[in-house]
Design a protein around this ligand. Structure first.
Ligand SMILES: Cc1cc2nc3c(=O)[nH]c(=O)nc-3n(C[C@H](O)[C@H](O)[C@H](O)COP(=O)(O)OP(=O)(O)OC[C@H]3O[C@@H](n4cnc5c(N)ncnc54)[C@H](O)[C@@H]3O)c2cc1C
Length: 413
C-alpha cells in the first residue's frame, strides 16, 4: 500500500494535473494547485464560444470533480525550491512542502513579439477569452444599422484570426457561421469578413491529406478567407497589418484573435532544470526529471522523446501521461519499479463551423453533421469523471446543442 502520508503536490489543474489527481485519489496526500477554480476541456472551447455547450459542461469546478481527500488551492505557483522541496505561491505567506512534485502548468499564448499583439489581440485559451470575443462581436454587430451599404458593413464587421492550425480553423469557421446567422437575423446588407492569417504555406500542417480536404471545404462553405505565407506585423485596437510577398497591408478589424502558437510557461522558464532547445523540460520515460527523481513533468511543458511529434502539445498526450504519472507516483511512494508507456494517437476531431466537423478515427476520415455528432459523443467519453460525463451527456441529448445566436445586447439570454 502506498504511504498515506506522502505529500504529493500537483502544480496545474488541466489535462495533466486534474487527471493525475483523479487517478491518485486517496492513495497519497494530494494537493492540487491551480490558478483557476475549474478544469477546462479546451477542445470544446469553440463550442462554448458559439453557445453550443454551456460553461458547466466544459469547465466544471474542481470541487465537483475531486473527492474531499484532494486538497485544492486556487493560487499561482510562483517558484520551486528543489533543495528544500517546497513551492511558493502568489497569495500564501508560507511555502508548501512536497515529497513528490508533479509539474503540469501547461503553456501560454505566444504573441511572438509582434508589436501590439499582446495588448490588442485576444488569446483563445480560457473561458474569459471566449466571452470577450463573443462580446466584441455582439458590440460590433450592434453598431451596424441595417441600411448601411454592404461595403461599409463588411469593413465594420471584419475579424481576423492569426494562425491556421486546428485552433485557427475551428475558431474562424465558428465565427463566420455565427456572423452569417446574425446578418440574416438582423437583415444586414452584404457579408461579414473573417480572415485567417498564416505564416506557413498551408493550413492545419499536422493533419493528413484526407482531413485537410474536409477542412478546406468547410472553410470555403463558411466563406473564411485564408491568407497563407502571410505574416502579421502589427496589431492595433482597430486594425491589423500583415506582410505578404514583401508588401504590407493594413485592414480595419473589429477584433483580432491570436491562435498563433504556444510558448513556455513563465514558471517553467524560471526553473533551473534540464530542458531542450525549445525550453521543454526533459523527462525520463518514467516522466521523472533526470536529476530529480521525486519531480515529474507532463503535458505541454515536458519533452517526452518517445511520443510522436504530432502528439506533442496535445490534450491526448497529457491525458495519457496522467495515467502513467499516477501509477508512477504510487510506485515511487511504495518503492516499486516505475514504468513507461507507449502513448497512442487517439484520432482527431475538428469542429468546422456550427453544423459540421471532421473526424479521423481508425485511419478513416469523415465529415459533415454526422461527424459533429460523433465529435460530441467522443468528447463526452473524455470528460473527467463518470458523474460529470453522465450529466453532460444527458444535457446534450435532451436539451440539444444548437448554437446561441449573436443577438442584440438587449435580447440576449
Ligand atoms: C482552445 C484550445 C483547443 C485545444 N484543442 C485541442 C484538441 O482538440 N485536442 C488536443 O489534443 N489538444 C487540444 N488543445 C491542446 C490541449 O489543451 C493541451 O495540449 C493540454 O491542455 C495540455 O495539458 P497540460 O496539463 O499540459 O496543460 P493545461 O491543460 O493547459 O493545464 C495547465 C493548468 O495549469 C494552470 N497554471 C498555469 N500556470 C500555473 C501556475 N504557475 N500555477 C498554478 N496553475 C497554473 C493553468 O491555468 C491550467 O489550468 C487545445 C488547446 C486550446 C487552448
Amino acid at each position: 500500500m502506498p504511504n498515506k502520508r506522502t505529500q504529493v503536490v500537483i502544480a496545474g489543474g488541466g489535462f495533466g494535473g486534474l487527471f493525475t489527481a483523479l487517478e491518485l485519489g486517496s492513495s497519497c496526500e494530494v494537493t492540487l494547485i491551480s490558478d483557476s477554480d475549474h478544469f477546462l476541456f479546451t477542445p470544446m472551447l469553440y463550442e462554448y464560444f458559439s453557445g453550443e455547450v454551456e460553461e458547466w459542461h466544459i469547465a466544471p469546478k474542481y470541487g465537483e470533480l475531486l473527492d474531499d481527500n484532494v486538497k485544492v488551492i486556487k493560487d499561482n505557483v510562483k517558484s520551486v525550491d528543489f533543495e528544500a522541496q517546497t513551492v511558493t505561491l502568489d497569495n500564501r505567506g508560507e511555502s508548501l512542502r512536497y515529497d513528490v512534485l508533479a509539474l503540469a502548468v501547461g503553456g501560454v499564448t505566444n504573441f511572438a513579439g509582434v508589436p501590439g499583439a499582446a495588448e490588442h489581440a485576444i488569446p483563445f485559451r480560457k473561458i474569459s477569452d471566449a466571452d470577450k470575443l463573443r462580446q466584441l462581436m455582439v458590440d460590433a454587430l450592434d453598431h451596424v444599422p441595417p441600411d448601411l451599404p454592404p461595403q461599409d458593413t463588411q469593413r465594420a464587421l471584419t475579424f481576423a484570426v492569426v494562425g491556421a492550425g486546428a485552433s485557427g480553423v475551428e475558431l474562424s469557421t465558428k465565427m463566420a457561421d455565427l456572423l452569417r446567422d446574425a446578418f440574416a437575423r438582423r437583415a444586414l446588407r452584404g457579408e461579414p469578413r473573417v480572415l485567417v492569417i498564416e505564416m506557413g504555406d498551408k493550413i492545419v500542417p499536422g493533419m493528413g491529406g484526407e482531413i485537410r480536404e474536409l477542412v478546406d471545404d468547410a472553410l470555403r462553405q463558411s466563406h473564411v478567407e485564408v491568407h497563407t505565407l502571410t505574416r502579421v506585423v502589427r496589431v492595433s485596437e482597430k486594425s491589423l497589418t500583415f506582410e505578404h510577398n514583401g508588401a504590407n497591408t493594413e485592414i480595419e478589424t473589429a477584433a483580432v484573435v491570436w491562435a498563433g502558437g504556444v510558448r513556455m510557461n513563465p514558471l517553467i522558464e524560471s526553473l533551473g532544470v534540464e530542458k531542450n532547445n525549445r525550453g521543454l523540460i526533459l523527462v525520463h520515460p518514467t516522466l521523472q526529471l533526470p536529476s530529480r527523481p521525486n519531480v515529474f513533468a507532463i503535458g505541454d511543458i515536458a519533452f517526452f522523446p518517445d511520443a510522436t511529434p504530432t502528439l506533442a502539445g496535445t490534450a491526448q498526450l497529457a491525458l495519457q501521461q496522467a495515467g502513467l504519472l499516477a501509477r508512477n507516483i504510487k510506485a515511487f511512494t511504495t518503492g516499486d519499479e516505475l514504468q513507461t508507456k507507449h502513448f497512442e494517437e487517439l484520432g482527431e476531431a475538428v469542429s468546422l463551423g456550427t453544423e459540421r466537423a471532421a473526424v479521423l478515427a481508425g485511419g478513416k476520415s469523415f465529415g459533415g453533421p454526422l461527424a459533429r455528432q460523433a465529435r460530441f459523443a467522443l468528447y463526452t467519453s473524455r470528460l473527467p469523471t463518470w458523474h460529470h460525463r453522465l450529466r453532460v451527456g444527458a444535457s446534450w441529448f435532451f436539451e440539444g446543442t444548437a448554437p446561441r445566436p449573436l443577438l442584440p445586447l438587449g435580447l440576449q439570454r
